[in-house]
Design a protein around this ligand. Structure first.
Ligand SMILES: Nc1ncnc2c1ncn2[C@@H]1O[C@H](COP(=O)(O)OP(=O)(O)OP(=O)(O)O)[C@@H](O)[C@H]1O
Ligand SMILES: [Mg+2]
Length: 241
């Protein structure tokens, strides 16, 4: 780890949809990077439906930062932010996010930032998640489901990300239910790599002890390390090209 002091400034964790495993992956990455000796900050810039994700990320990293910086825009309704913000009379603009990001960026070696839903989710009347990623200038990791249907969702996400000039570091396929161990799960990773030319850097099985409401650092850290290609991941994080 001779490049320990020179990793990426941050990573944006997005997914092919909601409830796909972004928070688990963001938590896994954050705990791993901490074990590598980095001072890791986390962010969930916009949440809709409560602060669970930000609470989890703060606790899993034991981060001594206020939730108002980690999660500057909190919407109560579990809806697309453009819709929830209309209902709640909240203006979703990027300035409060950028302000919080700049503060956290200065205080920490690397920021792990979790998106909201997938990359085409509308944040306000004019901007999607892709625009926020462009504004923060972060490379992305795409979390997809491992099971049937994921080739279509992942290909659509990769295509739109490329169209939006986003830098895609890798894809992680996650099983967020207990029924995914058939032929599709075995064959999907290779097919996704072939079609996208983006490395699948991890295949995460269903792990029933995982509980977002009770963050368990060792469980998440071991789970991540056991199921990620750590060599590929290190190459991604410690090479800026
Ligand atoms: N590999 C797994 N094993 C067991 N449970 C999982 C796994 N991955 C995710 N889950 C569970 O599935 C749910 C969705 O996961 P997660 O919250 O990480 O998704 P998300 O993409 O962050 O969702 P959101 O769009 O709401 O932010 C959570 O309750 C989580 O605990
Ligand atoms: Mg989440």
């Amino acid at each position: 780890m001779d490049k320990l002091n020179n990793p990426l400034n941050g990573i944006f964790i997005t997914g092919t949809g909601t409830e796909i495993g972004k928070t688990i992956v963001a938590g896994g990455i954050a705990t791993y990077l901490k074990e590598c000796g980095l001072d890791v900050g986390v962010m969930k810039p916009i949440s809709s439906g409560g602060t669970e994700d930000a609470d989890f990320l703060k606790q899993i990293t034991n981060l001594d930062e206020p939730l108002s910086l980690i999660n500057p825009i909190v919407l109560k309704n579990p809806l697309a932010p453009s819709v929830a913000s209309d209902l709640e009379g909240i203006d979703v603009n990027f300035s409060s996010i950028e302000q919080a990001y700049k503060i956290l960026e200065k205080r920490h070696d690397i920021l792990v930032v979790e998106g909201v839903g997938g990359i085409a989710v509308p944040l306000n009347k004019k901007q999607l998640v892709t625009h926020l990623i462009q504004e923060l200038n972060l490379p992305i990791i795409i979390v997809g489901s491992l099971g049937l249907g994921t080739i279509n969702h992942t290909l659509l996400t990769v295509t739109f990300a490329k169209q939006s000039n986003l830098q895609i570091l890798g894809i992680i396929l996650n099983s967020n239910d207990n029924y995914t161990h058939g032929l599709a799960e075995q064959t999907n990773p290779n097919e996704i790599e072939r079609l996208t030319n983006i490395p699948v850097i991890g295949i995460l099985p269903y792990q029933e002890e995982i509980d977002i409401l009770n963050p368990d650092v060792k469980l998440i850290s071991d789970f991540f390390k056991q199921n990620i290609d750590i060599q590929k991941f290190n190459e991604i994080i410690w090479s800026k090209d």
